[in-house]
Each structure stands twice: as structure tokens, then as C-alpha cells.
Design a protein around this ligand. Sequence first.
Ligand SMILES: Nc1ncnc2c1ncn2[C@@H]1O[C@H](COP(=O)(O)OP(=O)(O)O)[C@@H](O)[C@H]1O
Ligand SMILES: [Mg+2]
Length: 277
Amino acid sequence: MTIDNFEYITTEETKSEIIVFASAKGGVGKTVLTVNMAVAIASKGFSTCIIDGNFQFGDVNLALNIEPKLTISDVIHDVNSLDSNMLLNYLQNHDSGVKILSAPLKPEYADLITSTEIKVICKKLLEQHDYLIVDLSSGLSENNISFLELADKIFLVTDLEMAALKNTKIMLKTLNALNLSEKIRIIVNRGDMESVIKFKDVKDILGMDNLLFIPNNFKVVSKSFNIGIPFVINKPKEKISNEIINIASEIYRNKYFPRHRRRKKQSLMGFFKRKRN
Ligand SMILES: Nc1ncnc2c1ncn2[C@@H]1O[C@H](COP(=O)(O)OP(=O)(O)O)[C@@H](O)[C@H]1O
Ligand SMILES: [Mg+2]
């Protein structure tokens, strides 16, 4: 077997993955986690594309300080004539190597996107990338369910607020009824925030094990969002960055993708230094 025909062999190790960030309630940190996770994965040389699946009010571009030229609205307009290679022209490029399929520019365009188009777009993007990372709007809209069904892994994000936990519990029941529970990991974002509910209580409240913990860090996160630089790039030593990098390394551990799609590894700090010059 030569390296040229290696790409035609599909094993667990070489299958590209779709990772979806979902939540029952808005404002719990999906977008923050999506962009930082994507940059952490891309820094190891994996070709990584974010789909901004928050079709009405997507803010992935804001979090990455990118001005979208083309969006998913342009893709669906041309979808039947596009092959996976041509689709790359519709993506925005971030200096970290992450590519972005942006959300529509106006909320009223969101309803024009159908589940069938989501499936076609994901299939074509998977041919060109090792990881698709999807940032959803909160809740269980039809389009969100399409992404959740396509997902290999679902990160269901909550914080310690009562409303978030109550709705997460309800959402878990629905996802269970949809046979999606196997793919779910809970991320408790701001897990050490001031709250009557503590991180250690969440396991029993949600009836879920293996909870992932992300610390509260208002200063780092809000600055990062405002300047449009994910904190894993310029604050890699912070605990919050470490936790995200650990989850990222769990995702790509033991994965091997066809060589032609591997990008050069990039140090997170190196990227930041170049940006400042
Ligand atoms: N770990 C964290 N520590 C402190 N603030 C956070 C953290 N995660 C998110 N935030 C803040 O919470 C707000 C909502 O985050 P966002 O990612 O936009 O949520 P969502 O995408 O789920 O609506 C943002 O203002 C962000 O700065
Ligand atoms: Mg968001």
C-alpha cells in the first residue's frame, strides 16, 4: 500500500468527525468553546472547519475578528453545482488555519436553509477536513436536530444556573428519545462560578457521569471575545485554556488522517507573535 491510496481506506482512525456544541439555554459559552476548541485542534495540524450553525445570530466571525465575504446563504444558492473543492471558496480563513463557513448576514435568511442542504454541505466539507466543529443556536430547532443527528460527538454545554440546568435536563430526555444520548458529553462551563449549585451537584441533577469542567474567567474570556482572538492563542497558560486543550487532545488522540490533509503544526504562541508583528 502506498501513501497515495491510503486515503481510500476508511477505518475508525481515519474517519473525519463532526463535533457539535449545543445547549438548552443561550449564553452558556458555546461560541467561546467552539472557537477555542477549533483553534486548539488546528494547531496540531488537523484541517479544521467551523460551521456557524447559529443561522440567525451567528457570532463566530466576531469571536475570530473576521469580516465574512461569503456565507452559507451563498452556498445554498449554488449547492447543486458545487463539488467539495469548489465549496472551499466559500469559507473564510483564520490565521490559525481554521476555516469558517459563516452564518447568514441577516436573520431572515436563516429559514431558507433546509435539513437536506445541511446534510449535503456537511458531507462535502467532511471530504476536505479532518474536523467539522459546529456552533449551534440554543434549543432543538429542526436544523439543530439535523446537525445533532449528523454529529459524531455532541458537547452539551451548561453552566451552574438553575434555568440552564433545568432545561439541560429536559433537553437530555429529548435527545435520549431521539437515540442521540450515546454521543453526548456534558460540559459545565464556568463550573466554579458563584452559584448555590456547585459543580459536584451537577452529576446528580443531570444523572450524567464524566462531566467536563471549564473554569469561570470573566477577564480572559470577555477580553478575548472583544478583541476577536481566542484565548488559547494568547493565553495558553491560563487554566481555562489548559482545560480546553485537554478536551481537544482527547478528541484527536489516536487519530490518523490522510497525510495530504495534515497541515504543518503550529505553536499557539508562535501564531500570536506573528499576529503582533
Ligand atoms: N468560562 C467563562 N468564563 C467567563 N465568562 C464566560 C465563560 N464562557 C463564556 N463566557 C461569557 O459568556 C457570554 C456568552 O458566551 P457565548 O459563547 O456567546 O454563549 P453562547 O454561544 O452559548 O450563547 C460571553 O459574554 C462570554 O464572554
Ligand atoms: Mg453563540
